[in-house]
Design a protein around this ligand. Structure first.
Ligand SMILES: [Mg+2]
Length: 378
């Protein structure tokens, strides 16, 4: 029996965050998710998510633009296609739309979720099988206040939820940022790893001075210190310092990974399914980095549960994942639109075992938080 894709719905969902989340380019008070519901002729529904950081402040795609691309171009192209052939459906999307990787990622997730439910297997099994069912997850300290960040880290260490902490810097003067990071690392000592993410905020000369001081303070990793276009500068920094340099904004595609590998522009690659255009493309990028001897890290676009668990299925299937993940998005949100939120314990995220993503929508919550829903408290 042929199974066809019937309808695709893209829904904007606004969820409040547990606290203000300060990044080099934006301060987030809420997160907007684009949730995809893909319905098939056999009655099976697949879920997907595309989420950006800070609207258009971080990347080149916005939630509203992603919804428009799906509604206007991508959903019509998929209607009537074979729901069981994910690669063929994705090839069709590439025919009608260049780029738009976030939207394509959400649609791929929905197709894989539906196919997993159809076959009774997890998404990780569809992409080769999980080599790990527990994924280490770090936490981002981004309140902007040093003492508050230390208290937050101590509480999370005590609760055995996280033992690696990432600090978002680059908003303030370098001296202030370095002092903030050094105080936190000093307070936590050997009990926790501390990494920093500069989100491209520095120039190369400033980065060289700052990284020297951060390295001396015992920081474990420096993420995207300078603009993504300056791969030669990243290569000079990676050669100059012992502390590993991670590429995030600089790596989306396998071709980006190849350029970074050729130049030696990073020691670690941050992978994200959204920026890659889905799990399958993410694994291609990962393979290039892996072959070049770079360590891999499972990154987040601060997705909610659907996007984070989709990422987890993909990262679980990577042969090597040396730097763990940052799939803490659901923990940053005050509420959830799935009935069975992800489980975090003992410093890790547990991969759900059920078919597809292993998640069930909470229809009432979705109704409450969807932007086009009935007016109510937000
Ligand atoms: Mg980053």
């Amino acid at each position: 029996m042929e199974v066809r894709i019937e309808t695709i719905e893209a829904i904007l969902v606004d969820l409040p965050t547990i606290r203000a989340h300060q990044l080099a380019m934006a301060v987030m008070q809420r997160q907007t998710l684009v949730i995809v519901r893909l319905r098939c002729s056999d009655g099976i529904e697949g879920l997907g998510e595309a989420t950006t950081i800070g609207g258009l402040a971080y990347g080149e795609e916005s939630p509203e633009g992603i919804k428009l691309a799906i509604d206007t171009y991508l959903a019509p192209a998929l209607a009537g296609q074979d729901a069981t052939n994910v690669r063929a459906a994705l090839a069709r999307l590439d025919q009608v739309a260049r780029g738009n990787r976030f939207a394509k990622s959400a649609l791929e997730t929905a197709l894989l979720d539906a196919q997993g439910k159809r076959l009774g297997v997890p998404v990780a099994t569809l992409v080769g099988g999980a080599v790990r069912t527990r994924l280490p997850v770090l936490w981002t300290l981004a309140s902007g206040d040093t003492a508050r960040d230390i208290d937050e880290a101590e509480a999370l260490l005590q609760a055995r939820r996280h033992n690696t902490f990432k600090l978002k810097i680059g908003r303030r003067e370098i001296a202030a940022d370095v002092a903030h990071v050094a105080r936190i690392k000093q307070a936590l000592g050997e009990r926790a790893r501390v990494t920093v993410d500069v989100n491209q905020a520095w120039n190369e000369a400033d980065a060289a001075g700052a990284i020297a001081r951060l390295e001396a303070a015992g920081v474990d990793l420096i993420e995207q210190p300078i603009p993504r276009a300056n791969l030669a500068g990243m290569a000079r920094l990676a050669a100059r310092f012992v502390v590993p340099i991670m590429a995030d904004e600089a790596v989306c595609t396998p071709e980006d990974a190849l350029d970074i590998a050729r130049l030696g522009a990073a020691d670690v690659l941050a992978l994200k399914i959204a920026k890659s255009g889905g799990i399958l493309e993410m694994t291609r990028t990962a393979a290039v980095g892996d072959a070049a001897g770079m360590a891999l890290y499972g990154g987040t676009m601060l997705e909610g549960s659907i996007g984070s668990i989709a990422s987890a299925h993909g990262f679980a299937a990577l042969p090597r994942l040396g730097w763990g993940t940052e799939l803490f998005g659901p923990l940053l949100l005050k509420d959830d639109i799935v009935a069975n939120p992800p489980r975090y314990d003992d410093f890790a995220l547990q991969l759900p075992a059920g078919p597809g993503l292993g998640l069930t929508l909470d229809e009432d919550k979705l109704e409450f938080y969807r932007r086009d829903g009935a007016p109510g408290p937000r």
